[in-house]
Design a protein around this ligand. Structure first.
Ligand SMILES: NC(=O)c1ccc[n+]([C@@H]2O[C@H](COP(=O)([O-])OP(=O)(O)OC[C@H]3O[C@@H](n4cnc5c(N)ncnc54)[C@H](OP(=O)(O)O)[C@@H]3O)[C@@H](O)[C@H]2O)c1
Length: 258
């Protein structure tokens, strides 16, 4: 483990965002331990965390764990919603409790929640100081999630919450889920299509997390979104025209191009 930067403990470090982040943290000189439901090398389980607390030398704690909500094969029934809820709240509060109990506190605790905390609005622009009220399942989830992360006043650990837009990257998240339908020419906007889709590219999000971790003056809530506002329809059109093409065009091309 790196002595200078210490150990970064990453909940959900096996996932789409987590695996990108862990690679970059290692390349910057952090020792990385992933918290996963499955034991393995350079990993601990959530049970280990609850029993043993933070590993010695932990300087940085980041939570990226949570049941995937972008899996379109899943039905949003009560059981799935409970899983979505518990997987975020329980992991986040386990980390917050471990920080509170630690004799030597980490320098920073970062949680990644979502812009789902803000009520979609075609006119209103939100920033980090906008007030939010709970209005649906996702906004309630984000509120509870951020509450679960809150450390008691006076804790020396710096705390940052990043409210992320939809994270775009080829190997995970929304793009991975949409790849097959768009590849087959079956993709399209979620109707009516004029709703905004706040987004961020995976590389920018990783840079943002790294910036947050490394800069002691950054504290509180940040919105992690690209500056360009796009609608769901614009996003689908870009996917169709730039990334994918209908399957009959692919076949046509295969037949014509030797
Ligand atoms: N991707 C996005 O567009 C986006 C946008 C805003 C916020 N976020 C948030 O960022 C975090 C990471 O997103 P991601 O796209 O990287 O997700 P992901 O690829 O699905 O990875 C999440 C990780 O969470 C763990 N996990 C899954 N189900 C769990 C459960 N029931 N209980 C405990 N742990 C569970 C898994 O790790 P193990 O199998 O190793 O336990 C998994 O690798 C999530 O909390 C998500 O809500 C994502």
């Amino acid at each position: 483990m790196s002595k200078a930067l210490g150990t970064a403990l990453v909940g959900g470090g096996t996932g789409f965002i987590g695996s990108h982040l862990c690679k970059v943290l290692k390349s910057h000189g952090y020792g990385v331990i992933v918290i996963s439901r499955m034991p393995g090398p350079q990993r601990m389980t959530w049970n280990d965390l609850n029993r043993q607390g933070l590993p010695d030398g932990t300087t940085t704690v980041i939570n990226l764990a949570g049941q995937n909500v972008l899996d379109f094969k899943q039905r949003w029934n009560a059981g799935f919603k409970q899983n979505v809820f518990n997987s975020r709240i329980n992991t986040t509060s386990s980390l917050a409790n471990a920080i509170v109990s630690a004799k030597k506190k980490p320098s920073v605790f970062v949680t990644l929640t979502g812009v789902g905390i803000y009520k979609p609005d075609k006119v209103k622009e939100y920033d980090e100081d906008s007030s939010e009220t709970e209005f649906d399942f996702l906004s309630r989830l984000c509120h509870e999630w951020e509450n679960a992360a809150k450390l008691p006043k006076g804790t020396s650990t710096r705390q940052v919450t990043i409210r992320s837009g939809v994270v775009l990257g080829r190997d995970g998240g929304m793009i991975k889920q949409l790849y097959l339908p768009f590849f087959c020419g079956l993709g399209g906007p979620v109707m009516p299509g004029d709703q905004y889709l706040p987004w961020i590219h995976i590389d920018d999000l990783i840079r943002l997390i790294l910036f947050v971790v490394g800069n002691q003056q950054v504290e509180g809530t940040l919105n992690g979104v690209a500056p360009q506002n796009i609608t769901n329809k614009q996003f689908s059109d870009v996917c169709l025209s730039n990334l994918f093409e209908p399957v009959f065009i692919k076949i046509f091309r295969l037949l014509l191009v030797p």
